[in-house]
Design a protein around this ligand. Sequence first.
Ligand SMILES: Cc1ncc(COP(=O)(O)O)c(C=O)c1O
Length: 404
Amino acid sequence: MTDCSSSTTSTGPSTRAVHAGEIRRKPQHSLIDPIFQTSTYTFDNMAEVCQFQEAHAKGHVADRFEYGRYGNPTVAAAEAHLAALEKAESAIQVASGMAAITYTFLSILRSGRHIIMTDDSYRRTRQFCEEHLKRFNIECTVVPLGDYAALEAAIRPETRILFSETPSNPFMRVLDVERFAEIGRRRGVLTVIDATLATPINLRPIEWGIDLVIHSATKYLGGHNDLLAGFIAGSKRLIDLLREAIGIFGGISDPNTAYLVLRGMKTLSVRVAQQNRTAQQVAEFLAAHPAVEQVWYPGLKSHPGHELAARQMQGFGGLLSFAVKGDRAAAFRFMDALRLPYISPSLGGTESLVLHLAAMAYYDCTPAERAQLGMLDNIVRLAVGLEDAPDLIADLDQALRSIQ
Ligand SMILES: Cc1ncc(COP(=O)(O)O)c(C=O)c1O
C-alpha cells in the first residue's frame, strides 16, 4: 500500500530521515501524511468485498484497507518510513516495544522450541523469555553478550531464535552483528536484534545480515517522551507472517501514535547526531571526574566494545551508565541535586533522564540477584536529551560536587 521511494536509498541520513519510504503524492495534495482516524473501512458493494478477499487469499497487496486491526494508512506510512530507514523490505508498527518483542517470539516459537538471548538485555524482555515462554513449554538459554563460543554451544536442534540487544541496556555492551548473523545463518536459526539504543542512524543490523530488527519507538524514533510504540522490521515474508499473527493478537498501534512517530522520525538524524555528540562529551567529562568511579559508554576507548562499535556503528548513542564514588545514599543525593535531568525511566527523548538502576529498574530483585547482574547501588543511568552539552555538564558537575 506504500512504495519505498528508491530516490532516497543513496542519500544521506538526514535526507532519508525526512523522506524515506514516503509516497510523495498524498491525499488532497497534503504535504504531511494525514491522520486517518477510523476504525473500519467501507466497501461499495459485495463484488468489491469478494475481489478484496480473493486478492488477500493470494497474498496480493490490496490498495485499500478492511478493518483497523489489520491496517491503517497513517500506520502504514510510519511502517514504510521505518522500513526504508532500516533498509528492510517491510515493517510493522505495534503498541509498544514490548509488544514488538513478545509478538515476535510468540509468532515464531511454539511448544518444544528454544530461544537463546544474550545477557544485559532489557529486564522485561528477559522476564518474558524466562518466566512467560516457559508456560508455553518454550525454553530460554541466556549467554553472555560477546561470548560467541557459548552462543554456538547453546544452539540445539529445536533452537529457533537468537536474540540480542546492541548496544545493551544499561551497560552498553556491543554485539558483533555480522558474526551473530553468520552464526544464525550457518546454524539455520533466525537472528533478531533489539536495536532501540542504536537507532537506524547509528546501526542498521539488516545490512549486516540480521533477519529481524526490533525497536521501542517510545525512545529515539518517537523522540519526545510522549508516546509508546514498537516496530519489527525485516523481509516481506517474515513481516507478512507477523502481521497475520498480530492482526489476531490485537496490540496494534493507533493512527495518532503513528502520526507522532512519523513526525519524530523526520528529525531522528539531527536529534541522534546531537545526542551522540553530547553523550560523548558527557562521558569524557564523567570519566575524568574525581567523584566518578566508572563510566560505561562505547564512545570511550576504555569501553570493551569501543573498537567494534567504531567499526559497525555510525555513532555511539545517547545513553550511558556510571558509578559514583560512594554508596546508595551518595547516588541518591547526586540524583536529587540535579536540576536539568528528570528522575524517570525511559530514554531517547528531548529531556535528559536519570535512572537509579538498583532502586528503580531492579527494585524488586534481591540484593544477591542485583549483584549478579552488576546492578550496584552506586550506578546511575543517564539518557542524554537535547539540552546543550555545556549546560548538562555544568549541572552534573555541581551535583557531583555536592557528594564529594
Ligand atoms: C532496549 C529496550 N527494548 C525494549 C523496551 C521496551 O519498550 P516499551 O517501553 O516501548 O515497551 C525498552 C524499554 O525501556 C528498552 O530499553
